[in-house]
Design a protein around this ligand. Structure first.
Ligand code: ZN
Length: 303
């Protein structure tokens, strides 16, 4: 059993025609979940205090004020707001809070938040890369500051560097942030030299064209030893599925079985307490198959 947090409001975040981060992704995620034993929960509306764990009040107010009453507002080259975007983003924040609360309290061992917009590119005061609020970083802060955990970890396997999560957790000495990503690629950050204020950031670039074998080698050599040494009490995953071979936005060659392998191994940390949250993944069939593989393992390990 795995808890899956969703909400109809995620369909209300509408991007302009041709935009890769589109409403149809949700139906692909649903196809991936079909046949799995999931316990569905509606994402509660997040409250603003949760957002303020990571973003200044002025930024929150700016995003809220930018929401259009019709059509679109544009926050950067590829980040758009539609009338339903603020509620969707706040449901994603509420979903991660509920998922963290459920897993930390022992009500469930694993949870997946199937929300959008994604979050890992949102920096403290900058919306970018389709992202408004740093959902996963907010979840990590919730675990630390509200539940009093002493050590948590975030693993970001989206094909793009989680520059926002890195920015939000740069000074957070209680949280290991580990990201694997294609480099060079948007957003351009994520060099191994970027280590965080207390050496608790681990960036592992992967070469364009590399596949599951290179990914597994990188995790075995760098990420798993770091997690083992860190001994997190909770593991959060920024689960982007755009490293899949068929993804149109990037050039890695991962397959669904690679996501299954990686998820299985990640569930060996933090006593198996894992909260995962959807980030990228833009080929709909690849997204469905990858979600099935990832959440399938969370389901098995959640029993
Ligand atoms: Zn991505």
């Amino acid at each position: 059993m795995v808890l899956v947090y969703t909400h109809e409001a995620f369909r209300g975040h509408v991007t302009p025609p041709g935009h890769p981060e589109r409403v149809e992704r949700l139906a692909a995620v649903e196809r991936g979940l079909a046949g799995l034993q999931v316990e569905r929960r509606a994402c509660p509306l997040g409250d603003e205090a949760e957002v303020l764990r990571c973003h200044p009040a002025g930024y929150l107010a700016r995003v809220k004020a930018a929401v259009p009453s019709e059509g679109w507002a544009q926050l950067d080259g590829d980040t758009f707001l539609s009338p339903g975007s603020f509620e969707a983003a706040m449901r994603a924040v509420g979903g991660i809070r509920a998922a963290v609360d459920a897993v930390v309290s022992g009500e469930a061992r694993t949870a997946f938040v199937a929300g959008r917009p994604p979050g890992h590119h949102a920096e403290r005061e900058t919306a970018m890369g389709f992202c408004l609020f740093g959902t996963v970083a907010i979840g990590a802060k919730r675990a630390l500051d509200h539940h009093g955990l002493k050590r948590v970890a975030v693993v970001d396997f989206d094909v793009h560097h989680g520059n926002g999560t890195q920015d939000l957790l740069w000074d957070e000495g209680r949280c290991l942030f580990a990201s694997t990503h294609q480099m060079p690629l948007y957003p351009g950050t994520g060099r191994p030299e970027e280590r965080g204020a207390q050496g608790q950031v681990l960036n592992v670039p992967l070469r364009e064209g590399s596949g599951g074998r290179a990914m597994r080698e990188a995790y075995e050599r760098l990420v798993f030893p770091a997690l083992e040494a860190w001994e997190p009490e909770l593991l959060l995953i920024s689960a982007g599925f755009d490293a899949h071979a068929d993804d149109p936005l990037a050039g890695l060659e991962w397959q669904p079985e690679d996501y299954a392998w990686l998820t299985e191994r990640l569930c060996d940390f933090a006593g198996g307490r894992v909260v995962s949250s959807l980030e990228g993944g833009y080929d709909l069939d690849a997204l469905a198959a990858s979600v099935a593989a990832h959440v399938g393992v969370l389901e098995e390990r959640g029993r």
